[in-house]
Design a protein around this ligand. Structure first.
Ligand code: GLU
Length: 374
């Protein structure tokens, strides 16, 4: 059995992300025929006993058309207005297509805050799992109408990966307007070759995928590669493939090799640790010394004595990041102290800590059980 076939035949839960350019026929407006074709394919996957979750872009692109803008506006309030109007168009088109196949769908509009807050994260997970149990197809988009820099995911490739982690999906399919990932930019390098298979998370891929995306959607190839890397955290492989290939999902499910398959090769990390690493924006971070870095890598807790500096403002129990002296993120985890207290304890030994806080407290800034090493 080919490796593709093996991955697909074992997969039970699949997240399909469709980019703006495809959904809106390169910005001309919602492409109902294309949507209908994908829904036919979802139906096929469901018949194979697979669950499908859709992450669809296109709200802003559709809103741009409906509101009569000549080109995509740049003002945030105008983009939010476009998202509000365009999301109606998307929902309407999907609802119609799903209904014509006798299927039910449900919409979730999420922001980064829904992934960052533990309670909201679990709520979103429960809603999604309930929808799947009820055989309704969840359709997810970022809630672009309320986003500010602090709470935005920013692009739907990342949202697709976060969703993959959230529901422990087996495969993330990123349907795009390109054939897959190439060794160089095929638009200006005739020797560029399609990469049909690689390990997700390999540093070479990131270096190759420098370029920006189309002017219609937000994600370029780099966001897709990073999404694949994120998806591996829960053990999912990613396929980056053209959504214009006829019956693309059916053919993939039947084991055909199309586009670029980025295989998850590392062991999945626990759901709680995934949640910590899913934080896109953190309220604070610490800089640690080499000794602490080595200790963390060996599975030890982070003690204040190994901390060189604390940045940002955070509360006890919030997720913070740990950087080494060269600015590389090495770990993240739940802080046992507020940023204010952590600053006072920076570089201090056990006895000094006791004196500062006045009683025998937990000594670690981050306990290793509450930490994910990156
Ligand atoms: N959420 C945006 C939209 O629906 C798209 C973001 C993206 O394309 O990555 O318009």
């Amino acid at each position: 059995m080919s490796e593709n076939k093996d991955i697909w035949s074992k997969a039970k839960r699949i997240v399909v992300k469709i980019g703006s350019s495809l959904v809106t026929d390169e910005g001309r407006g919602v492409d109902s025929e294309a949507i209908n074709r994908w829904v036919t394919q979802f139906r096929y996957l469901q018949k194979l006993d697979k669950e499908v979750i859709l992450v669809s872009s296109g709200a802003i692109a559709e809103g741009v058309v409906r509101l009569g803008f000549v080109k995509r506006p740049t003002e945030i309030h105008e983009l939010q207005a476009c998202a509000a109007v365009g999301q109606m168009g998307l929902a309407h088109a999907y609802e119609k297509a799903f209904a014509s196949h006798g299927l039910t769908c449900g919409q979730l509009l999420l922001t980064h805050a829904d992934f960052a807050n533990r309670e909201r994260y679990l709520n979103a997970r429960h809603t999604l799992l309930s929808l799947l149990k009820l055989k309704a197809v969840p359709i997810i988009n970022e809630n672009d109408t309320v986003i500010t820099d602090e709470i935005k995911v920013g692009d739907n490739d990342t949202l697709g990966a976060l969703t993959t982690n959230l529901v422990d999906a087996d495969i993330l399919v990123i349907l795009t307007d390109q054939e897959g990932m190439f060794t160089a930019d095929p638009r200006n390098d005739p020797n560029a070759e399609l990469i049909s298979r690689a390990a997700a998370g390999s540093a070479d891929l990131e270096a190759m995928a420098g370029g920006a995306g189309s002017s219609i959607g937000k994600g370029g190839m780099l966001t897709k590669i990073l999404a694949a890397k994120r998806a591996t955290k829960s053990g999912a492989s990613t396929v980056i493939v053209s959504g214009r290939i006829p019956d693309v999902l059916i053919r993939l499910a039947d084991g055909e090799s199309l586009g670029t398959l980025l295989v998850a090769e590392s062991e999945p990390i626990s759901a709680r640790k995934q949640w910590m690493s899913d934080h896109l924006q953190l309220k604070g971070y610490c800089v640690i010394d080499e000794g602490a870095k080595e200790a963390i890598k060996k599975g030890k807790s982070l003690l204040p004595v190994g901390v060189k500096a604390i940045h940002g403002e955070f509360l006890r129990g919030e997720v913070i990041s740990c950087f080494d002296g060269e600015g590389k993120e090495v770990a993240r985890g739940l802080s046992n102290y507020t940023s204010e207290m952590a600053r006072r304890l920076t570089g201090k030994h056990r006895e000094e800590i006791k004196e500062i806080i006045g009683y025998e407290e937990r000594q670690e800034l981050i306990h290793h059980d509450n930490m994910v090493v990156l």
